[in-house]
Design a protein around this ligand. Structure first.
Ligand code: ADP
Ligand code: ADP
Length: 227
């Protein structure tokens, strides 16, 4: 499981002032759970995700994944960003293969994984296209496949569908749900859309305005029902 224990985050600015972004956030996220996170702009959602990822060290508290305290980024946690995190000049296939190649896995094994994932996200016919040639929705499919190729235990999504038009977004919500169900991975999904948070989440976390504290938590039936 994933334990978030009394996380507080204060950013000290060069001018001597500071910003308290998070205040005493504690969560116990079960393996395989999909938790969506809502909260007003600036309440610390991205900061929380970056702390869980290990990109940022919290001022107080700790993140414990599978019994180990998180001290930096590693392949146990994968990130999917809103946009712009892909290698645009590389092909779809090369993007998805990037993590496995860095790990030094043999080509035959990697090819199998990459081919499979590209089919799963519906990009089987676009393997050799460069990422910049693709639509926004297709690029986010690449981002999902690239994340899964690293086989993380926890997938952290920072508004992955936020830049998409409504119709594409709806299709992609279905894909996120499908991937979550098929892989059984723990997913934390930040979104600005109440509808998306409710549709996709099993559990919904609402953060209060800055400094972000837990405002409310809800258990939701929808994702479980396969809406
Ligand atoms: P959200 O994702 O909910 O919009 P963020 O986590 O991005 O909120 O930011 C929370 C607060 O912390 C904001 O006031 C933001 O300006 C501040 N903040 C975030 N990152 C930094 C940073 N690296 N340095 C200084 N302040 C930051
Ligand atoms: P998505 O919902 O995946 O973003 P779009 O609605 O943008 O897809 O595009 C619909 C279909 O148009 C895609 O599934 C694909 O078959 C085709 N398409 C989109 N962009 C391209 C492209 N750059 N090259 C070839 N076909 C494309």
């Amino acid at each position: 499981g994933l334990l978030i224990e009394n996380i507080s985050m204060r950013f000290d600015l060069p001018n001597g002032t500071s910003i308290q972004a998070l205040k005493d956030v504690s969560l116990n996220i079960k393996e395989g759970e999909l938790m969506s996170v809502l909260g007003p702009s600036g309440c610390g959602k991205t900061t929380l995700l970056n702390i869980i990822a290990g990109f940022l060290a919290p001022t107080e508290g700790q993140v414990v994944l599978n019994g180990h305290t998180v001290t930096g980024p590693d392949a146990e946690r994968g990130m999917v960003f809103q946009q712009g995190a892909l290698f645009e000049w590389m092909s779809v296939r090369e993007n998805v293969d990037f993590g496995p190649r860095m790990k030094g896995l043999p080509r035959s094994e990697r090819n199998e994984t990459v081919e499979h994932l590209l089919e799963v996200v519906g990009l089987g016919d676009f393997k050799d296209k460069a990422v910049y040639e693709l639509s926004g929705g297709m690029q986010q499919r690449v981002a999902l496949a690239r994340c899964l190729a690293n086989d993380p235990d926890v997938i952290l999504m920072d508004e992955p569908l936020g830049a998409l038009d409504a119709l594409t977004r709806e299709k992609m919500q279905g894909l996120v749900l499908k991937l979550w169900k098929e892989t059984g991975k723990t997913v934390i999904l930040i979104t600005h859309s109440v509808e998306e948070a409710i549709l996709l989440g099993e559990r919904l976390l609402v953060l209060a305005p800055r400094p972000g504290r837990i405002h409310k938590e809800y258990q939701l039936p929808y994702a479980e029902m396969g809406v």
